[in-house]
Design a protein around this ligand. Structure first.
Ligand SMILES: [Zn+2]
Length: 433
C-alpha cells in the first residue's frame, strides 16, 4: 500500500486530535482578528478566541453559510491581505451572483499536497500519466488535479474537459494511466471509446479519480467494467479548497477526509446539533490550515456520515460515506450547481408565461439532462405553433445565458402542472444515483 504522507495519513487518533486542536486554536484567533464579519458572529454568540481550547469547543463556534459568502462578496471573508492572495477561483450561486475564494501561496501548496494524497490513493506514482479532463479555469477541478499530479511527479496531460475524440486519441497514444474527470464524463468517454473501435485492452488506463457530482455504485461498476479500471470517488468543494477534501482508497469503502487540514462534523440540518459517528446528517467542514479564506463550520448541505474505524488500507483518517443527497434543493447537473429558484427567476423576469414550471432531470446515456416544462397562459394557448416554438427557444437561450446549462424547454397547456397545497414540487429527478 502506498501512502503519500504516512505521517498524517496513518496518525493515531490522539496525535491527530493534538494537531487539529493546535491548528483550530490558531485559525480561530487569526480569523477573529482579520475578518470583522466572523468576529461579529462570535461576539453575538458571546465567545472569544480564548474560549476555544479543545476540539470539544468546536461545536460552540458559529456556522458559516453559503449566503455569508454572497453577503460579503467578493473579499469580505478573506483573512489574508489581498497582496498575499495569489489565486482567485469562483463558482456560480443561486441568483447568478458568484462566490469567490482566494488562495495564498501556502494554500496552493496545501491544495497540491491533499490532491497528491488523493491521486496516490488511486495508485498514482512518478511513472503515471494523468489525463486531467476536468475543466480548467475558475472551476477548481482542473487545476486541483493538475497540482496533485505534478506534486507526485507524474506526467500531467492538461487536456481539460470536452473534445471527446481528442481525449480518446490522447488516452491511447500518450498511454494515459489515470483519468481525472466527472463520473458522467468518464462513462461518456467509455461509450465513445467503443464507438471509435478502441478496446480497453488497447489502453494503459489503470484508475480514475471521479468527482464533482454524486454517482451511484452501479455507475461505478459500469465505468470500471467498460474502462477496465478502478474508479475512485473524490470529494471537494471550492469553498473549502476545491477537490482534495476527501478521497476513497482502494478499499472503496468511504472517503478518507484529509482531517489534518479540514475537520468534518455531521449535524442535524434542522436543529444544527452535532450527531454521533455513524449517523447520517449534513456535512460541515472547518478549515484549519487555510490562510486566504479559512472557513469555520461551513455548511456544505451534502448528506453523509462519519466512520472513525481504522480502514483496511492502514490509513487512520476518518472516512465520510459517499454523499447521498443534499439538505437543500440544489441540483447538480453535469457538475453545474442549479437551484430551481434560478430558473424561476429567469421565467419571472421574462414574464411571458404562467408562473408554473417543473424541472425534469434525468440521466440519458449516462449524461445528465434537464427538461423545463413551463405553463402557457390561457391567451398564449391559442397562439400559432410558430409563436410558441419561438418562445421556447427564447427561454432556452435565457436559461443557457444565466445558468450556463443546456436545457430542453417545453411549453405545456395551462393547468398541466400539478398544483400543491404546501411546498410546490418543482423537480422530478429521475436519475438513479
Ligand atoms: Zn482506506
Amino acid at each position: 500500500m502506498q501512502y503519500w504522507n504516512p505521517t498524517y495519513e496513518c496518525m493515531t487518533r490522539e496525535e491527530m486530535q493534538r494537531v487539529q486542536t493546535e491548528r483550530l486554536i490558531n485559525t480561530v484567533k487569526k480569523i477573529y482578528h482579520n475578518v470583522p464579519f466572523f468576529r461579529d458572529k462570535m461576539q453575538k454568540k458571546g465567545i472569544e478566541p480564548c474560549d476555544i481550547k479543545s476540539l470539544e469547543d468546536l461545536k460552540n463556534l458559529p456556522f458559516t453559510y453559503k449566503q455569508d459568502l454572497r453577503d460579503t462578496y467578493p473579499y469580505g471573508l478573506f483573512s489574508a491581505p489581498l497582496s498575499d492572495i495569489v489565486r482567485l477561483h469562483a463558482s456560480s450561486g443561486t441568483t447568478g451572483k458568484q462566490i469567490v475564494v482566494g488562495y495564498t501561496r501556502r494554500d496552493i501548496d496545501t491544495w497540491a499536497e491533499v490532491m497528491a494524497r488523493t491521486l496516490a490513493n488511486a495508485g498514482a506514482t512518478k511513472e503515471s500519466f494523468v489525463q486531467v479532463a476536468y475543466g480548467y479555469g475558475l472551476f477548481t477541478g482542473g487545476l486541483g488535479a493538475h497540482y496533485g499530479a505534478e506534486r507526485i511527479g507524474a506526467s500531467v496531460i492538461p487536456i481539460s474537459g470536452g473534445n471527446t475524440k481528442r481525449q480518446l486519441q490522447i488516452m491511447k497514444d500518450f498511454g494515459t494511466t489515470i483519468l481525472a474527470c466527472t463520473p458522467s464524463y468518464a462513462l461518456y468517454l467509455a461509450e465513445e471509446l467503443a464507438e471509435a473501435g478502441i478496446k480497453k485492452e488497447d489502453l494503459k488506463l489503470k484508475a480514475g479519480v471521479f468527482g464533482a457530482e454524486p454517482w451511484s455504485s452501479n455507475m461505478r461498476k459500469e465505468i470500471e467494467e467498460r474502462l477496465g479500471i478502478i474508479a475512485i470517488d473524490i470529494y471537494g468543494l471550492s469553498e473549502i479548497i476545491g477537490p482534495g477534501v476527501a478521497t476513497e482508497c482502494h478499499c472503496q469503502n468511504g472517503l478518507h477526509v484529509q482531517e489534518d487540514h479540514f475537520i468534518p462534523e455531521i449535524i442535524n440540518p434542522d436543529t444544527e446539533e452535532v450527531l454521533p459517528p455513524g449517523t447520517k446528517g449534513e456535512l460541515v467542514f472547518t478549515t484549519i490550515t487555510k490562510e486566504g479564506m479559512p472557513l469555520i463550520r461551513y455548511r456544505t448541505r451534502d448528506i453523509s456520515s462519519l466512520n472513525y474505524d481504522k480502514c483496511e488500507c492502514g490509513r487512520t483518517l476518518v472516512r465520510m460515506s459517499k454523499v447521498s443527497g443534499r439538505s437543500d434543493d440544489m441540483l447538480i447537473i453535469r457538475g453545474v450547481n442549479v437551484f430551481p429558484s434560478q430558473i424561476e427567476s429567469v421565467l419571472l423576469e421574462m414574464g411571458e408565461t404562467a408562473p408554473h414550471y417543473l424541472l425534469i432531470v434525468d440521466r440519458i446515456e449516462n449524461l445528465d439532462t434537464l427538461e423545463v416544462w413551463v405553463e402557457m397562459t390561457q391567451g398564449m394557448f391559442s397562439d400559432e405553433v410558430k409563436k410558441i416554438e419561438d418562445l421556447e427557444r427564447k427561454i432556452k437561450k435565457e436559461i443557457e445565458n444565466t445558468l450556463g446549462i443546456n436545457a430542453k424547454v417545453k411549453l405545456v397547456e395551462p393547468k398541466t402542472i400539478e398544483r400543491s397545497e404546501g411546498k410546490a414540487k418543482r423537480v422530478i429527478d429521475k436519475r438513479k444515483i
